[in-house]
Each structure stands twice: as C-alpha cells, then as structure tokens.
Design a protein around this ligand. Structure first.
Ligand code: GUN
Length: 291
C-alpha cells in the first residue's frame, strides 16, 4: 500500500495558483478576493476558516473575514451576503457550514451570487455540474478527482463506489466521476445510510470514496484487494495523550484496510489540503471571470 500525499500534491497546485494570482494582480492592480463568513464559534469550523484564510494569504489572495455571533438573525446574515455580492473587490463568497441552529442554510446559499459561489453549493452551480456546463465544482469532490489524476489513477472505466450522499461531497462527487470528460467516465455507485449490506457494494469498488462522517464506516473485509481508497472523514476523537485533547480520524479503519488497498489517503494530510486548494483555484477562476 502507498499513501497518497495530499499535502505535497496540494503544495504543487498552490504554487500554480499563487503564480496565477500574482499575474492577475499585475494585470488588474488588485489581488483576487475571497470573503470568508463564519457564524458562531464551532471549533472545527473556526479551525477550517483559519486554515482557509492562511492559505489565501500564502497564495496572494486577499481574504475578507466576516465574523458573526451564533445568534445572528437570518436577515442580518442575508444582508451581509447581499453586501458581499455587490462588493467589487470580492470575487468569491464562502459561508462556512454548518450554520448555527435556527439559520436556514439553503436560503443563505441561494443568496450568494452564482458568479461568486466558489464553494459550488448554489443550486445553479450544482445544476450546471449535472448538465455538463462549466461551473464552480464543490471543493472536496474537485480535490478528490485531482488527487486521483495526479496519483496516476484515471477513473475512466473503473467502478467508483461513493459512501455518503451529502450535498457537499457525495452527490457532486458522483456527478463528477460519472460525467463525460477529464476525471470522469467512471461507473458510479452511490451508497448511503439506507444501503443494506454496505460491504457487498464497497467490495466491488476499484475506487472507494468514504464520506459518511462516521469513524469505522469501512473496515475489515469491506475492500477489494488493490482498490484505491479515499478517506474523506474528519472526526475528532477524544485523546488525552494529544496536546489538543483529541486526534483526527477518518471514516476508514486504516489498520484493517490499508494492507489490502493499493493507494490510500491518510487523515489528516490526504483530502483536507486539497479541499482548501480547490477553494483557492475557484477563487482565482471567479476573479478572472469577473475581471
Ligand atoms: N463545511 C464542510 N466543508 C465545507 C466546505 O467545503 N465549504 C464550506 N463553506 N463549509 C464546509
């Protein structure tokens, strides 16, 4: 088994993006801009948002942080998004999910101008993906396809099994892997919490992507020998031996699965760095399209 080094592949792509951002700035007199909206203080969300803003700075993308309290009224949040929609310096708008209880996530996503929807979560973006039009592809699925291709794995003709049907990962990834074109042309099976005998499906996968949000979703005896396994899970497990009091584990039982697989993404250091990289790429794409 070989580990896929997401950090290394992400660093290569980020260097390309930084060059693109510098050229954009040279040409237009301003850096590409990303608004990063965080409501509340969910610890995982705070750490994601911090990582995204740091990555922007390193790539020469200007970030516009917007911090709101957990009890922000829906109208205030919508008004913030409306303000960013018309701000000429802002090319992309990211609203970190999940939103605190009581806020209507889908209504907030719909308020983002599709030309600034660098997360690719707007129904217009997802619809364009489904019908094969150019669009902002959601960052985690885009990052997974890029990881596969840059690791020498072309999904074309392979059986890809995706576990998890979220709007953010599973559903758009199934669309990407099955579409005609680069990184697509796979035969895709989409499994979820209502799939009986999950192992019967995962054992058939040439490429197995696990985005279920639950540790140990895929374990011993559930992977075909030689399969490529992409672990999208980011779960915090209490661990008193760690300085932060927790460690990160994926959705895959790596002790059981890694010896059977050919290529595996680790957690952390696999998919995570690619998600942020694709956000930077989408922001540069938005800036170029708007300039
Ligand atoms: N929450 C988990 N993943 C994501 C993501 O890619 N974008 C946003 N905005 N929120 C998330």
């Amino acid at each position: 088994m070989t580990l896929i080094d997401g950090k290394k592949i992400a660093a290569e792509i980020r260097a390309e993006i930084a060059a693109g951002a510098a050229a954009f700035r040279e040409r237009t007199g301003r850096a590409p801009g990303l608004a990063v909206v965080l409501a509340g203080e969910n610890p995982a969300s705070v750490s994601y948002v911090t990582a995204k803003e740091r990555a922007c700075a390193e790539a020469g993308i200007r970030s516009f942080p917007v911090r709101l309290p957990a009890d922000v009224p829906q109208e205030t949040l919508l008004a913030e998004v409306a303000r960013l929609d018309v701000d000429p310096e802002v090319d992309g708008i990211l609203v970190q999910l999940p939103l605190p209880k009581g806020l209507d996530e889908q209504a907030v996503i719909r308020a983002i101008a599709p030309e600034k929807d660098v997360d690719g979560f707007h129904p217009v973006s997802l619809g364009r993906l489904l019908v094969g039009l150019d669009t902002f592809v959601p960052c985690t699925p885009a990052g997974i396809v890029e990881l596969l291709l840059r690791s020498g794995v072309d999904p074309a003709g392979k059986h890809a099994v995706v576990v998890g049907r979220s709007n953010i990962v599973g559903k758009p990834l199934a669309a990407l892997l099955s579409r005609k074109g680069r990184g697509g042309n796979a035969t895709v099976t989409l499994c979820h919490t209502a799939t009986p005998d999950l192992g019967a499906f995962t054992r058939e996968a040439d490429i197995l992507v696990v985005a279920a949000g639950r540790p140990g979703t895929v374990g011993a005896g559930m992977v075909k020998p030689g399969a490529v396994v992409i672990d999208v899970g980011v779960n915090r497990v209490p661990d008193a031996t760690k300085p932060r009091g927790y460690r990160l584990v994926g959705d895959v039982d790596h002790e059981a699965v890694d010896p059977v697989a050919s290529l595996v993404t680790p957690v952390p250091g696999g998919v995570g760095p690619m998600t942020i990289t694709m956000l930077l790429a989408n922001t540069l794409k938005a800036a170029r399209a708007r300039a």
